[in-house]
Design a protein. Structure first.
Length: 66
């Protein structure tokens, strides 16, 4: 994820596009690494990553709910 974001900082300027871009990265990461997470777990990982990266880009610390 860091490489994708650092390679294109503008991803964070379009949250909907960024969110769609995360899932293929998550899927590639777990490919050929048994046990591969199920669809619900992949979506949870996607939501957590998106929330963390977008939050940090807006100056919030991880786990800051404000």
């Amino acid at each position: 994820m860091d490489g994708a974001v650092l390679g294109n900082r503008e991803l964070l300027g379009n949250p909907a596009f960024f969110e769609r871009s995360v899932m293929p990265i998550v899927m590639r990461h777990f490919q050929d690494k048994p046990p591969e997470p199920d669809a619900d777990t992949r979506r949870l990982i996607q939501r957590l990553l998106v929330g963390e990266y977008l939050g940090e880009s807006q100056g919030r610390l991880p786990f800051d709910r404000g």
